[in-house]
Design a protein around this ligand. Structure first.
Ligand code: BDR
Ligand code: CA
Length: 309
């Protein structure tokens, strides 16, 4: 089993990422840590608890992290995810409670106690991960891999920058320069993970609460992605990271140099991908470029079915 910690800001696609992890037998979900991103921290944390409740995830701790980026002013994405951060499905108040421990302390503790076999899966802004690295540098050599949803060779929040990197580019810089093995699911990859009508239909036919929940998420996400970006089908970005942890062959990657822009006037938050190796700098990131769509959605559908059992 691959041990992962999902660091997230649920978030429609974050929610589906959690469900994929919980419903796949090759993943051991060590914890779910939350961060401000799509919505404020209290909302993303509440959403994480709701996701656990609906999917029957009982033994996985949920830990609250940072409510503010390291330096920049907080920015959220209500146009895409609604005011709650997870608008659409109507869910009851969860009975599951958030832990007292801070997410950053949890990440440090789990990584230090491990045999070097924990993968971090940040699918929101990188604030918690950067802070853990600064607070306890001893984790650097013990993190197996960091599988990030963020960046790309183009942006969505600005023409240059993807949302997760833009919200806390200072944190992204810390993480990308850490020397820890990084695999990046940027927009080049995640825009291939589209929930088409056919996919939505397959999910709608799953007769359990998790399936119904994802159906409702996708109805809302489809609407906002059409309104805001003119996309015919919504891309479920964050899910790609978990799919890769389950089966790395679901994507094709290329090792490239990626640097984070933190000063640009027009390009703030850009992941500068050295596609042709012109900098001569050592490649530091496994950049995911092509998705095996069939394999990807089969995994998601299987996991959702499993959550009913
Ligand atoms: C990323 O931003 C959020 O809106 C999504 O959850 C995803 O993590 C895509 O740019
Ligand atoms: Ca996210």
């Amino acid at each position: 089993k691959r041990k992962i910690i999902i660091d997230c800001d649920p978030g429609h696609d974050d929610a589906i990422a959690i469900l994929l992890a919980a419903g796949n037998k090759n993943i051991e979900l060590v914890g779910i840590t939350t961060v401000a991103g799509n919505a404020e921290l209290e909302k993303t944390t509440l959403n994480a608890l709701k996701v656990c409740e609906i999917a029957g995830i009982r033994d996985v701790p949920v830990l609250r992290g940072n409510g503010q980026p390291l330096i920049r002013k907080r920015e959220t994405a209500p146009d895409i995810h609604g005011d709650s951060g997870m608008d659409g499905p109507v869910l009851p108040e969860p009975t599951k409670k958030v832990e007292d421990e801070h997410a950053v302390d949890f990440i440090i503790r789990k990584v230090l106690d491990s045999d070097g076999d924990i993968t971090l899966v940040p699918v929101g802004p990188l604030t918690n991960i950067a802070m853990a690295m600064r607070r306890e540098p001893a984790i650097l050599s013990k993190i197996q891999e960091i599988v990030i949803m963020g960046g790309g060779t183009f942006g969505n929040w600005t023409p240059a920058a993807e949302f997760n990197i833009f919200v806390d580019a200072d944190a992204a810089k810390v993480v990308f320069e850490s020397g820890v093995p990084i695999t990046m699911m940027g927009l080049d990859l995640t825009h291939q993970a589209l929930a088409t009508e056919e996919v939505s239909q397959r999910i709608a036919e799953i007769n359990n609460p998790a399936g119904k929940f994802v159906s409702d998420l996708l109805i809302y996400f489809r609407k906002t992605y059409l309104e805001v970006f003119g996309f015919e089908h919504p891309p479920v970005h964050d899910v790609c990271c978990v799919a890769y942890c389950i089966d790395p062959t679901v994507v094709e990657t290329k090792k490239l140099r990626v640097d984070i822009e933190t000063k640009g006037e027009l390009t703030y938050g850009m992941t500068l991908v050295d596609v042709h190796g012109v900098t001569g700098k050592e490649p530091n990131v496994n950049v995911a470029l092509t998705l095996d769509n069939q394999k990807f959605w089969d995994m998601v559908v299987d996991a959702l079915k499993n959550l009913g059992n």
